[in-house]
Every structure is written in C-alpha cells, then in structure tokens.
Design a protein around this ligand. Structure first.
Ligand code: 5AD
Ligand code: SF4
Length: 460
C-alpha cells in the first residue's frame, strides 16, 4: 500500500493551525457516495473540516458520475461556474474525482478547458489524494492520478454522513459489459473485499448502533468469485446475519443472471436481511435484453420472481429500466410495460437511454426519435404509479417496521422512513424518533408511499 506518512506530515505542516474546510459533493450511485465518504476520511485525517457551502470552502472536490450524459453535463456546468469562485478566492483548490475521470477524453477536456481545476483523482486512486493535494498546496500546477491501484479499498476510513445508516462496499468494478454501460470501463474488473474485512466492519457498525447496513457492489451476486470462491454472496449474508445487534441488512445491486436459489434461501432464512430485492430488469423484451448483453431472458427473470412470490406473495421488488435503448420498437416497449404489470413493482428507477461513447451500444445507429423515447418514459411512469398504488394496498392495516429517517418535506409534523420492504412510510411524530426503528400501522396508501400511525417505538 502507498505509504503517505511523509506526505501527510508535510500537508499538516503547511495547513498548520488554519483548520481548512472542504466541500465534497458526490453525484450518482451509492457506491460513489460511499467513495465520497472515503475521500472525506482521507481529508479528515489530514486536518480538514467539512462544509456544505462552496463559498466557505478552501478545497472543493466533485466526485463525479459517468453513467448518463446528463450527470456529466451537470458537473461541467458546476466546474465552469467555479472559475468565478476561484478568482474571488485564489487559494481555493478544486479537485475532480469519480467515474468521469476514468475516461481519457474527459480527463483531457478538464486539463485543457478548465484551468480552475488543480487535480484529478481516479476512482481507485483515493490513496493518492494526499500527494495530489500536496502538489496543489505547493502551487505545482495541475496534476492527475487515475491509476487503478488494487490495494486502495481498505486504505481509507469513511466519514459517514449518517449516524444510523451505513453503506459498506463489498466489491468494486464489473465484468458484465452490458452494451449500454460505461461502468466496466470506468471502474475496471470485479474486485471483492476480503470477507473478514467486511465482517469486522459490519461488526463495528453494529456495535456503534447503526440500524441499516447497505452492502454495495455493481453486481453483489458475483461477490467472492475473484477470491477463489470460498465465500459466496449468500454465505456472506449468513455470516453478517449472525452478528449481534438490531439492524437491517440491505444490498444493491443484484444481476438477475446470477440470482441463485441460494440467494433466495439466504434472504428468507436470515431475519436481519430485508424482505426486499432490487432486481434490475432493464427491459421486458428478451430481444432487447439480448442486444443489451444481459444474459437472461424475460422468461428467466419472471422465473426468479415467481419463485420468490411462491414463498412470499407480498414480497417487495424494485427494478431499474432503460427506456429507448437503440431501435427499441413499440412492441418491445409494450413488453416492458407488460412485465411491469406482471411483476407489480413497488418502485422503478427508470432512465432514458443515454449514449456513452466507448460502449458497444454507442456504435449502433439509433433510429428511434427522441420524442418517442420521452413519450414512452411518460407512459412508463404512468403505469408505474398505477401499479405501485395498487400494490401498496396490500399493506393497509398491516404493521411495518420502519427506520425513521427524517422529517417529511411534504407533510409538516410527519416523519418519513423506509420499511424493511423498502416502502416509504410517513407517520406523525417528532424528530426524537429519527434513527430508531418504529412499528407503524398503515392507515392510508398513496402512489409513492404509505401513511400510518406509530404503535410502538423500539428500544426505548
Ligand atoms: N443510459 C441510461 N441508463 C443507464 N444505466 C446504466 N447505463 C445507462 C445508460 N447508458 C442505468 C441502468 C442501471 C442504472 C444504475 O443506470 O438501468 O441499472
Ligand atoms: Fe453496468 Fe451491467 Fe455492470 Fe450493472 S451489471 S454496472 S448495468 S455493465
């Protein structure tokens, strides 16, 4: 592992007693948010404090996402606007991290068109951050490190945003090469963390009173394959389930091609594992799935759903869907709508296809007009609202265990949280409940959440 002892000491000497503030903003998925917490961990060990305001910051790090073009455009907009900020505050340092940095055309664009940026740090190079920062502090000009170090994952302690919900990355990268997806190019091949490191981290979190542990990976179902196969994901779930404490275990994301009977058994056997599965289907058309290189058919996917529902008819499922994959026909899109109705998802994360250069799908000539894609998106959202509203009725009168998360923005006086089934639950209560499990009896359903009343507060 990179030895940063001298570099860290030099940074601390330069910073002295000045207690500088860093603003770290993460875009995109939860894995990236977790990387942002690691970046904060590195900065905290160097003596930085944190601020939520760009204006107050001495150091700004934008931890970027490359999954869709819109996310990249947003970052370029923000970096552009920071030119003025830097003119007003010459000592301000700006760094770019995250998935965008791994594309050479983007790294080049940052270097040539955005002189306000001091350094670029790649997703696997967080351990190189002190060196880059030192260069910037010493006024040595632009520097970048986007090397794929393979020993970085245990290097940094996360500075966690929440005191009761923790994300724990269990693996990095992806081997699947779905034709639309940039992730394998920007995050590299699958690398699993050692089970003992994960287990001891979760043990520590449970001892610290964390109530939700979210295991993260691009495809958690292939966890451990690169470690020689001694510990599979279902086995890991069982190990974590055996840890003492009052917490719920969630995980994201599962690839349907690797969703095994062992996984389903583990979900049902482990009382701490949430009775909810996020199973991204992407499309309901087997032909589109073939063009996406997803390695399963709609029938195989429905087979998994049926097996889960055979064991628990009310089991909660959520999914990701891409609308308007190149040359998706009306019939193929109709198959997606039919699948949504058939499965009855509680929630769907839907995205209009975004062309990512370097991927296989970017080479396809796409004849589907943009307005057709937008219309399909609207239709999908409509069907989804209908399907979830209908599905949520199964909770009426039932009591759900809910982790109270924060005050509701929509309903003053209400607290919002997520049930074990990953349903948004709103209930009357005060802020003292936040971070605790409560039992809520559902009295009303909406199309995006359910409402209820608290009947028991756990661990009082
Ligand atoms: N365009 C649109 N959506 C995408 N996703 C991944 N790549 C793209 C893309 N190029 C979506 C998939 C994935 C989720 C995290 O983002 O649905 O499951
Ligand atoms: Fe992208 Fe497919 Fe890997 Fe998910 S499984 S990160 S969609 S390549």
């Amino acid at each position: 592992m990179k030895d940063n002892t001298n570099i860290n000491a030099e940074i601390r000497r330069i910073i002295g007693e000045s207690s500088p503030l860093a603003y770290v903003r993460s875009f995109g998925c939860q894995l990236n948010v977790s990387d942002g917490e690691k970046i904060k961990g590195v900065l905290s060990s160097l003596g930085y404090g944190f601020t939520d305001s760009e204006q107050d910051a001495d150091l700004i790090i934008l931890n970027t996402c490359a999954v869709r073009e819109s996310a990249e455009d947003r970052v370029f907009g923000i970096v552009g606007s920071m030119k003025k900020l830097k003119e007003r505050k010459p000592g301000l340092m700006i760094g770019i991290a995250g998935c965008m940095t791994a594309q050479s055309r983007i790294a080049e664009k940052i270097k040539t068109s955005y002189p306000q940026v001091d350094f670029v740090v790649g997703t696997s190079a967080i351990n190189a951050l002190p060196e880059l920062l030192l260069g910037a502090l010493q006024g040595r000009g632009f520097s970048a490190d986007i090397t794929e170090y393979d020993d970085f994952s245990e290097a940094a302690v996360q500075v966690r945003e929440s005191s009761f919900k923790a994300s724990v990355p269990i693996m990095f990268g992806c081997n699947n090469f779905c034709t639309y997806c940039i992730v394998p190019y920007v995050r590299g091949r699958e690398r699993s963390r050692r089970p003992e490191d994960i287990i001891s981290e979760v043990r520590g979190l449970a001892a610290d009173g964390y109530k939700e542990i979210m295991l993260l990976g691009q495809n958690v179902n292939s966890y451990g394959k690169d470690l020689g196969g001694d510990m599979s994901f279902p086995q890991l779930l069982r190990e974590l389930n055996a840890i003492d404490g009052d917490f719920v275990i969630r995980f994201m994301s599962s690839h349907p091609k690797d969703a095994s009977p062992e996984l389903i058994d583990a979900i049902f056997d482990c009382e701490k594992v949430a009775k909810h599965l996020h199973l991204p289907v992407q499309s309901g058309s087997s032909e589109v799935l073939r063009r996406m290189n997803r390695n399963y058919t709609a029938e195989k996917y429905l087979g998994i759903v049926d097996e889960i529902r055979r064991r628990d008819p009310g089991f909660s499922l959520t999914t990701d869907i891409i609308v308007g994959f190149p040359n998706e026909t009306d019939e193929e899109f109709a198959e997606t709508l039919a699948l949504i109705r058939r499965v009855g998802y509680d929630n769907i994360y839907s995205f209009i296809y975004s062309k990512r250069s370097g991927t296989k799908a970017a080479e396809i000539e796409d004849t589907t007009p943009e307005d057709v894609k937008s219309r399909r998106m609207r239709e999908l959202l409509e069907v989804q609202r209908e399907v979830s509203a209908e599905g949520y009725k199964r909770f009426l009168g039932k009591t759900l265990r809910v982790l109270a998360d924060g005050e509701s923005r929509k309903h003053p006086g209400y607290i919002t949280g997520k049930s074990d089934e990953f349903i948004i639950v709103e209930f009357e209560g005060d802020a003292s409940l936040i971070g605790r499990f409560v039992r809520v009896q559902v009295t009303e359903t909406m199309n995006w959440a359910v409402k209820g009343k608290v009947i028991l507060e756990d661990n009082l």
